[in-house]
Design a protein around this ligand. Structure first.
Ligand SMILES: [Zn+2]
Ligand SMILES: [Zn+2]
Length: 564
């Protein structure tokens, strides 16, 4: 089995990476790139034991089938495939079965391959992490490789930190360390490995989503669609016409109700799969669709991964998606090669306006005019890709980038370039900070704009500002009553959390710089060292006023109590 050139490059990048490093790595490959061939080749090349994980049995089957070609020994560990054999040098398993039976894996493995690795979350008790930790304990030089088409998750962000093109993808904690290979879908199409997508504009009748609402929120989107049955009907009429000359049509609906509605308009010509469809029904439907018994297949976000019907040559998108890579995955369902098709028509009735070929660069700002723009860093020269706005001559008017993503190698360590495109200067030390920083990274000074908070509280009818001039206290049953006094003789009393609790200790942190306060006697002892807040922001909740914010160490234009 000869690998394609880019598949060889992907394999080579894995070998070179793990030769030098034990850091976990990710291959980003679009649907249709032949992931299972790359997985088999790597499993064949590995010197020691390999475990290949997938979240569904279909992928376990697919990956092991490709490996079979090499004529090497392998085994399958998956309850849903009725096989639990962990003896071979290469084991293909489902995550659930392996996590539940780790004691069946006594020997150490050298390579752990995780298919659809964007599913590896950050939860400490996830099945993936359980497996990773188990094998890391057996072999601290364990190599972990993930493969995915969608390395960016709208809920958790990027799944890796560094990109091999020399930039930082995420400053947060990520499940994987580095993306070592990234294949654009356009390359696969150009080289003839995928069918060409043709974007057709929908007619006037399409969903005019109210952009004020959160369109990515299932509930509000659903409401809007339910309120427009006339439009759904018109869309399906239009789709039927386009479909006359087509072999197979996949429709991506917004909700189960929406999908059922579409199903009633298409009747006997269509299959319907939702999250409620039983596994056996689903298998029957998929094989019927692949045999082209019916032309239309309607689904609700269940067939975005791992489903493969090469004859599909029309994709109709009737749902919103915030994620470019999810959008590309949907389109990818129609890009498989098939002898009877020349291209794949894509109609986006939900006006997502994503570009099929656009690289994923993270969360898109709400502004509808944003495009991807290239911004060079004045310090390190790195060409950053950010969301931004262009004028008619393609000059950048503004961009949403904050910090340069370039990497400087400093004493063999990756260090992110320190340039901020938008920054906040610290009034105390003059250092530059991220525009959203709350404290100075240099001197810990609070960077929140106090005057803004005060102005808002003065303006809002349900908020008020209490100018604090002093504090008195008395002991309460399990805590302490603190009474704040202003210069006009008004007072406001609150009770602290229960003594000896973490909450009590946390409560007093801003009041004392060095002393740890755990109970009433600590408090009395250090009372004279206590600083008090300059302002309290109060908010009316039902009939009661509560403190929602305390401003300590105020710097700004307002006059504090006791100040001339
Ligand atoms: Zn830079
Ligand atoms: Zn500072």
């Amino acid at each position: 089995m000869e690998l394609r050139n880019y598949q060889k490059s992907a394999v080579q990048s894995v070998i070179s990476h793990f030769k030098e490093s034990n850091e976990s790595a990710v291959l980003t490959l679009p649907t249709g790139a032949g992931k299972s061939l790359i997985i088999s080749k790597l499993s064949q090349l590995a010197n020691n034991r390999v475990l290949v994980l997938a979240h569904v049995k279909e992928l376990v089957e697919q990956n092991s089938q490709k490996f079979k070609y090499y004529g090497l020994n392998y085994s399958i560990f998956s309850a849903s495939l009725n096989q639990k054999n962990s003896s071979a040098k290469v084991v293909f398993g489902t995550v659930q079965s392996v996590a539940k039976n780790l004691s069946n894996f006594n020997q150490k493995i050298s390579l752990l391959i995780i298919d659809e690795c964007h599913r590896v979350g950050k939860e400490k008790n996830s099945e993936y992490l359980k497996i990773i930790n188990y094998f890391r304990l057996k072999n601290r030089r364990l190599k972990i490789l993930g493969l995915t088409a969608t390395p960016y998750r709208t809920d958790l962000g990027w799944i890796y930190k560094y990109h091999y093109n020399g930039y930082i993808q995420s400053e947060k904690q990520t499940p994987f360390s580095k993306c070592i290979f990234d294949l654009p879908i356009s390359k696969l199409i150009r080289e003839g490995y995928l069918s060409t997508p043709i974007q057709v504009n929908p007619p006037k009748d399409r969903y005019n989503f109210n952009t004020e609402d959160d369109l990515y929120n299932y509930e509000s989107l659903n409401k809007q669609i339910e309120q427009s049955p006339r439009i759904t009907k018109a869309i399906i009429e239009h789709l039927k016409k386009i479909a006359e000359e087509r072999l197979g049509v996949m429709i991506f609906a917004s909700s189960i109700q929406h999908a059922s509605e579409i199903h009633t308009y298409l009747g006997n010509e269509s299959y319907l799969i939702t999250g409620n469809t039983s596994l056996s029904d689903r298998e029957a439907i998929i094989s019927g669709f692949k045999n082209q018994n019916k032309k239309f297949l309607i689904n609700v976000s269940v067939l975005t991964t791992g489903f493969d019907a090469p004859h599909v040559d029309l994709i109709a998108i009737l749902r919103k998606t915030e994620s470019v890579s999810l959008y590309q995955q949907i389109v990818g369902r129609g890009l498989r090669l098939h002898p009877k098709k020349t291209n794949c028509i894509v109609i986006d009735y939900a006006a997502n306006n994503h570009d099929i070929f656009q690289p994923e660069i993270g969360k898109k700002p709400k502004n509808p005019n944003v495009k991807i723009v290239q911004v060079q860093c004045p310090i390190c020269g790195f060409q950053n890709l950010f969301w931004g706005i262009l004028d008619p001559h393609e000059n950048i008017i503004e961009h949403y980038g904050r910090k340069c993503k370039g990497i400087n190698i400093n004493q063999n360590k990756n260090e992110q370039c320190s340039h901020y495109f938008k920054s906040k200067e610290c009034p105390q030390c003059g250092g530059t900070n991220d525009i959203a920083a709350r404290t100075c990274s240099n001197c810990n000074f609070q960077l929140i704009d106090h005057d803004n908070i005060l102005k808002k509280a003065y303006d809002l009818s349900n908020q008020d500002v209490f100018v604090c001039a002093g504090i008195t206290y008395s002991s309460a049953k399990n805590g302490i009553f603190l009474t704040y006094h202003d210069e006009n003789g008004q007072e406001f009393t609150e009770i602290t959390p229960q003594i000896h609790t973490e909450a009590f200790h946390e409560f007093f942190k801003p009041y004392f710089s060095n002393q740890k306060i755990q109970n009433f006697s600590d408090f009395e002892k250090y009372f004279s060292f206590m600083k008090y807040p300059d302002f309290l922001i109060l908010e009316k909740r039902k009939l009661k006023w509560v403190i929602i914010h305390k401003i300590f160490d105020y710097v700004g234009l307002k006059r504090k109590a006791n100040q001339i």
